[in-house]
Design a protein around this ligand. Structure first.
Ligand SMILES: *Cc1c(COP(=O)(O)O)cnc(C)c1O
Ligand code: SF4
Length: 439
């Protein structure tokens, strides 16, 4: 046996082969009356293991540990699956990528020492309840803890402990006031939970109060509704979004099989309203941790006018550990996409760093050596080339950049500042001490 064959025989693939067509399982009960009615979908969400087994009787034939795991996990973290999303599941496939995102699993009850409820410390960066102001010019608003479907890999699983509910008017007013008092915030991300679950009138009111703040240039909506309950995208909602223009919408397709006639139609309507749609995929073990599946997903998204924006490393959240992959998996995916397919299809792979350090992009290395006037670069084919680098201009001399008030590493590039020095190292402490001594 050759080395490759030997290795292959020892390893089992974690990802099912990509399928061309969306599966509509006859095993799942999905009456036609809910086809265009999102309120029907909300009312008829599957919220307990019993309801799930009733809707998909063949699941009762799964193993005892599987069924016990389902019961245990759903006691720990709530569940909800729209009848629409449930109809995409292939119940015969134990590795089904749709089922893995929707059906509670015993693996959620296991935790590892490094996992946290809020690893990104969103709450520590919350200036008023529900508002995270982490980056210089943008803020994130959590307006509800309710979602049409509860993704088993959700980063905000901690929000599920409180009963389903929207932020009160007082809470929202407080967030709006904070944004109004901070002219540096020019981009507001309305997130959740899922903000498109808010009653349409309430969403309208919220968006209009943001629109009344002159320094809010753009509003972004983070929602999984086009994927899990596409019939929510109706004329009334689109009018509300259009009234708040310019609005950008980011959704979360994680697998090509989520692109159906219904979700494609929803995206088409959003795009026709003049709202650009981006996609934020979460890299999930056994769901989409495969370059072929990811490439197919991203190409299919372009066909429905959705631009792949981010590919997220799955966060170290309690109850989500079984979905996490090595960071190298993301790099492998980007290496196999960049140059091989439309640049528009290639998302930016990011790690949202624990402790609130924010998003850190990670990618394959294309710069092999940087020798100032000469750089050694490589392309996706492996061509290694020498690039004659023109001398750089002196940006520090540019008064506009110097006045831009840039923070962090970029401040070294646009000001006279020569170093960023971390606080609290032994050496810096010794220095401060010696300095005091000499005074
Ligand atoms: C992701 C995120 C943003 C937006 O980041 P972009 O890179 O601008 O998309 C803003 N605030 C918080 C807290 C975030 O996690
Ligand atoms: S839609 Fe978003 S917030 Fe809601 S469960 Fe899924 S990942 Fe979490």
């Amino acid at each position: 046996m050759k080395k490759g064959e030997q290795e292959a025989s020892q390893l089992t693939p974690t990802t099912a082969a990509p399928q061309d067509k969306p599966v509509r399982s006859p095993a799942v009960i999905f009456p036609d009356k809910g086809k265009d009615d999102w309120k029907w979908q909300m009312r008829n969400r599957i919220m307990t293991p019993e309801a799930l087994l009733e809707a998909v009787p063949s699941l009762s034939r799964r193993s005892k540990p599987w069924l016990e795991g389902l019961a245990q996990a759903s006691r720990l973290y709530r569940m909800a699956i729209t009848p629409y999303y449930l109809s995409l599941i292939e119940p015969k496939d134990i590795e089904d990528p749709i089922a893995k995102q929707a059906i509670p699993s015993g693996l959620e009850t296991l935790s590892r020492p490094w996992e946290r409820d809020d690893p990104l410390e969103e709450e520590a960066d919350a200036r008023v309840t529900g508002l995270t102001h982490r980056y210089p010019d943008r803020a994130l608003m959590v307006t509800t803890n309710l979602c049409a479907m509860y993704c088993r890999h959700c980063t905000r699983k901690r929000e599920w402990r409180s009963p389903e509910g929207h932020a009160s008017k007082a809470r929202i007013d407080e967030m709006i006031r904070y944004i109004g008092e901070h002219p540096e915030i020019r981009d507001v991300i309305v997130s959740g939970g899922d903000p498109l679950i808010l009653p349409t009138a309430k969403l309208d009111e919220l968006l209009q109060s943001l629109r009344r703040i002159p320094h809010v240039e753009i509003i972004r909506i983070g929602t999984r509704v086009p994927v899990v309950m596409p019939m929510r995208i109706d004329g009334e909602l689109l009018e509300v979004l259009d009234r708040a223009a310019p609005v950008w919408l980011n959704t979360q397709f994680n697998h090509p099989r989520e692109i159906t006639e219904e979700s494609a139609a929803a995206c088409e309507k959003i795009a026709r309203t003049g709202i650009p749609i981006g996609n934020q995929t979460v890299l999930l073990r056994g769901v989409n941790d495969c370059p072929t599946v990811m490439t197919e997903l991203c190409r299919s998204l372009l066909k429905i006018r959705v631009r792949p924006y981010y590919l997220y490393q799955c966060d170290p959240v309690k109850g989500v550990g079984h979905f996490r992959t090595a960071i190298g998996e993301g790099v492998r995916i980007i290496e196999s996409m960049r140059g091989h397919t439309s640049g528009l299809a290639v998302p930016q792979f990011v790690i949202d760093a624990p402790g609130g350090a924010g998003k850190i992009p990670v990618m394959p290395n294309y710069v092999l050596a940087d020798a100032g006037s000469q750089m050694i670069l490589r392309n996706f084919e492996g061509i290694v080339l020498s690039y004659d680098n023109p001398p750089s201009s002196n940006h520090a001399a540019c008064p506009r950049c110097a006045a831009s008030g840039k923070q962090g590493v970029a401040s070294l590039l646009v000001s006279d500042r020569t170093a960023l020095i971390p606080e609290g190292t032994h050496r810096i402490k010794r220095r401060t001490h010696a300095h005091r001594h000499s005074l």
